[in-house]
Design a protein around this ligand. Sequence first.
Ligand code: FAD
Length: 321
Amino acid sequence: MGRKVLVLGEIREGSLRNVSFEAVAAARTVAEGGEVVGVLIGDSVSALGQELISYGAERVIAVENEKLAQYTPDGYSQALMSVIKEEKPGGLIIGHTALGKDLSPKIASKLNSGLISDAVQVEEAGGNLVFTRPIYSGKAFEKKIVSEGIIFATIRPNNIASLEKDENRTGDVSTLSVDIKDLRTVIKEVVRKATEGVDLSEAKVVVSGGRGVRSEEGFEPLKELASVLGGAVGASRGACDADYCDYSLQIGQTGKVVTPDLYIACGISGAIQHLAGMSNSKVIVAINKDPEANIFKVADYGIVGDLFEVVPMLTEEFKKL
Ligand code: FAD
């Protein structure tokens, strides 16, 4: 039996983001043996179709139009709705990224459907497809099932493992030409902030600094540790507010949500708003001078000490590996 499930492949600077492959894996579960169809939207994107297939999609539909060269909610929803009308899927999976968070409610309202947003797990249990999603800033989890209509969910990056890439998988990559009506917003230019190293929201290792880092220069040892581990640097709002680093690094309720394999919190007290952005990390290491700091309550490993002594020692040890 099973159902057909569409997956939106998210493209950034000409490449598919990892969350697209995780979405394919989630879609495989949702399809329950049915077909998983990748959807790519952009100006000239069909060349990326094979990569989605090698991660488990059966076929890919590329919606190409020069008006879709940049993401706009209007353009993407017109494109995605055209595919949905054509394919009549039983499921739709999108990454819970900035793009996904913006687009998915618009699509749900057009489909007059529900939406399970920010799912961290999907599994088959007791004859139902059960989605798990964090609530109350990550303090609890709720389980959701869809009782009728299309199964529409966004999935949090870095939580659902993608399938192993198999270059030998083959499938059809077709293009769908869509007439994109006048867009209400048009992106003329994208000015990117210069960022160093790995993308924070997709990093497998995050080394984060708080007010305990004391200055902009205080972030240097953290950057070195992150670079040795192939990870990214993050921060608490305390550090951002104190101007030690840019707000684009902020992790938490009002910042980015990250779920790396390893999160190293340096000089961060562990306020609930910070925990909301990192407490689902697979392994948490906390370095803090204060043995009573709240961060130790969520840490798998706690080091009571001065971060300016501990971080360089860790860096030296990791360099030896
Ligand atoms: P502090 O609480 O000042 O902690 C600094 C820590 O560093 C202390 O525990 C101290 O013991 C330790 N320390 C000092 N020196 C050293 C040293 N040399 N070595 C080791 N440890 C040392 N915060 C976020 O992070 N993200 C959010 O998204 C966010 N959103 C918010 C939204 C709202 C509506 C509100 C009200 C607050 C929000 N906050 C957020 C702020 C949050 O409440 C905290 O104020 C903030 O997280 C504190 O940052 P901090 O842990 O770096 O600083």
